[in-house]
Write a protein that binds this ligand. Structure first.
Ligand code: ATP
Length: 236
């Protein structure tokens, strides 16, 4: 367990690349423990690329950054799984293993992250399913669940190792407004219990309903609502 009070995410003079192209530059922000932050910007403005850099799917080549006490610059490949245990990643498309039950999907992650004791795995699976309101779904196959329920299982999976922060890339993008709202409420509950959240979204309604700090990718920079005022207009 870490007792440091340092931010869970800290970026200094970071640049984000795809291939040889600079997507964002001079990126500077911190996210405190337990904070909830939106990430917005037009299609192609760099939200996913920024998130990918934060969960070490893209290398950090310029500037310095720490995520959950891991320094991303020159992060050895063997360290990536250890970083990933401290963070949770949630995508728009649910990415559950379709040929396994909910419980097996979750157990798969626990075994891959060092949980050797079967009864402890079972206990933890029951806890996270309870947290997302789907404790009755343990033995169901993903296709027996609605889109919103599948997304809840993905969130449960992301919570298994008690992450310091959740990175969510358009987690409500494929869902009806009402279902999306339920997912947002779940994110609020998770956040209220102390987990930081960085959520990329195009959904202006959601930001209006649950207003929080906003980071906006625009013209190759990241604007921060905590630092400067900017408008959130159509299509961002
Ligand atoms: N794998 C890749 N290889 C090369 N270029 C890429 C790759 N992925 C994204 N890009 C480019 O990087 C830029 C930023 O894309 P990115 O996906 O980060 O934007 P985004 O803000 O997340 O967009 P969206 O809202 O559509 O998800 C775009 O110009 C895109 O074409």
């Amino acid at each position: 367990m870490s007792f440091s009070s340092s931010p869970v995410v800290s970026l200094r003079d970071v640049a984000i690349y795809q291939d040889m192209n600079t997507i964002l530059s001079n990126v500077n922000f911190d996210i405190d423990k337990g904070e909830f932050v939106y990430l917005v910007g037009r299609t192609g403005s760099g939200k996913s690329s920024l998130l990918k850099t934060l969960y070490a799917d893209l290398p950090l080549l310029t500037g310095s950054a720490t995520v959950a006490d891991f320094r991303l610059s020159k992060l050895p490949r063997q360290q990536v799984p250890f970083l990933r245990r401290k963070i949770g990643i949630i995508f728009q498309d649910f990415q559950l293993l379709v040929d396994r039950t909910v419980s097996e999907n979750l157990s798969f992650v626990l075994r891959a992250t060092g949980w050797k004791d079967k009864s402890k795995r079972k206990q933890r699976i029951s806890e996270v399913l309870m947290q997302v309101g789907l404790d009755a779904a343990a033995n169901k196959m993903p296709h027996q669940l609605s889109g919103g329920e599948q997304q809840r299982i993905v969130i449960a999976r992301a919570l298994l190792n008690e992450p310091a922060i959740l990175f969510a890339d358009e987690p409500t993008g494929n869902l009806d407004p009402q279902v999306a709202d339920g997912i947002m409420q779940l994110f609020q509950e998770i956040n209220n219990s102390g987990t930081a959240v960085l959520m990329a979204t195009h959904n202006y309604e959601i930001i209006n309903r649950y207003p929080r700090r906003v980071l906006k990718c625009e013209s190759g920079k990241v604007l921060d609502s905590q630092v400067e005022a900017f408008t959130l207009t159509n299509g961002f």
